[in-house]
Design a protein around this ligand. Sequence first.
Ligand code: BG6
Ligand code: MG
Length: 213
Amino acid sequence: VPKAVVFDLDGVLADTAVLHRAAWQQLADEIGVPLDEATAARMKGVDRRGSLDILLERAPRAYGEAEKETLAARKNAHYVELIGRLGPQDLLPGARAAVESVRRAGLKTALASASRNAPQLLDRLGIATLFDYVVDANRIARSKPDPEIFLAAARGLGLAAQDCLGVEDAAAGIAALQAAGMAAVGIGHAQELDKADVLLPDIAAFDISRFIA
Ligand code: BG6
Ligand code: MG
């Protein structure tokens, strides 16, 4: 029986996975690198620089370190522009209710987002106060699928990873949860998230009573 639920943000609670995708597409088009759906799926949940490295696998030329920093910053500028007008209406349907139901059931809640934009996003969406602990993505050295971010979430809650249930929409996130020793709830499709312990079509289908009964 879990004592806490650790939520991913982009694509689980907020309708922002599509915005990251669009911002990467914009950068890809600008530098003439193809970006197909399979590659985009591999970039999902992965931090900014890690995602860029995946995108550049198909680049016609090599990029130096300084250039990569510039490209990552450019993608972020596109993304920040896209999230500029987000508000509570951009929470995915059922997202707030899902987190609130976990709290009402007496469990703790944490947010484990790889995004350095997560704190501002939480404020804009009006859900910052729903979490007992929010992992600071700036303090994470290794991106999902490494378990570091979820281990940091468990530590921040004062719990063992085994006592936490994680909710993720990305294959890299599911892999990170399993490497951390957390049960993994996947939000999305089986073809992308076949490793999840439980698969749900969306966060509205998340029912905490199923996991604590
Ligand atoms: C994750 C997203 O939450 O954050 C990824 O799923 C994104 O798509 C990553 O690359 C890093 O986000 P940011 O905002 O720091 O570039
Ligand atoms: Mg996500």
